[in-house]
Design a protein around this ligand. Structure first.
Ligand code: GDP
Ligand code: MG
Length: 174
């Protein structure tokens, strides 16, 4: 049967410095760049195949530098799925996810929004500040999958975006 190409808006959220831009660039362009301007917010379009279905993703790599709260509300409203990224080497970046999720739920007025929790910088195991058990507990509470990724070594980069797409497709099919 014919299945039209679906298009989804995905927003990458998380504290500054957790690796949002590096993850996005690895996913979209397959490249590792050591350093991005932390104030640059940009969006990328890419097409992927998920379980044999073509999906176009519009990915917004946020920088948290919006001058007006209304701007952030706007992109949260237009986002259909969210990657909530922290660094496994930063406890405060992990704690920030709770506020971010509350904002999403408030703005979308829906607590069933597709989310993937991403513990990035998994290559920095010796600097780990967030244990896996805490992250899994959060994942269970929110009923959202948890992945540990590394933008640097390209671990679980495709997986986090693909998982989010699967959730979006599933929601779409209902
Ligand atoms: P953003 O502010 O969330 O967009 O963070 P960036 O993508 O700009 O990355 C911030 C810093 O973390 C940069 O110095 C990156 O090189 C570094 N970084 C990003 N991802 C990783 C990773 O997976 N492992 C390690 N070791 N460093 C990373
Ligand atoms: Mg960035």
């Amino acid at each position: 049967s014919y299945q039209p190409c679906r298009e989804f808006h995905v927003v990458v959220l998380g504290a500054g410095g957790v690796g949002k831009s590096c993850l996005t660039a690895q996913f979209v362009h397959n490249e590792w760049i050591e350093s991005y301007d932390p104030t640059i917010e940009d969006s990328y379009r890419t097409q992927i195949s998920v379980d044999g279905r073509q999906v176009v993703l519009e990915i917004l790599d946020t920088a948290g530098t919006e001058q007006f709260v209304a701007m952030r509300d706007l992109y949260m409203k237009s986002g259909q799925g969210f990657l909530l990224v922290f660094s496994i080497a930063s406890k405060s970046s992990f704690d920030e996810l709770t506020t971010l999720r509350e904002e999403i739920i408030r703005i979308k007025d829906d607590d069933r929004i597709p989310i993937v929790i991403v513990g990035n910088k998994a290559d920095l195991e010796d600097q780990r500040a967030v244990n896996r058990a805490s992250a899994f507990a959060l994942s269970q509470r929110w009923d959202a999958p948890y992945y540990e990724s590394s933008a640097r070594t390209r671990i679980n980069v495709d997986e986090v975006f693909t998982d989010l797409c699967r959730q979006l497709l599933r929601r779409d099919d209902l």
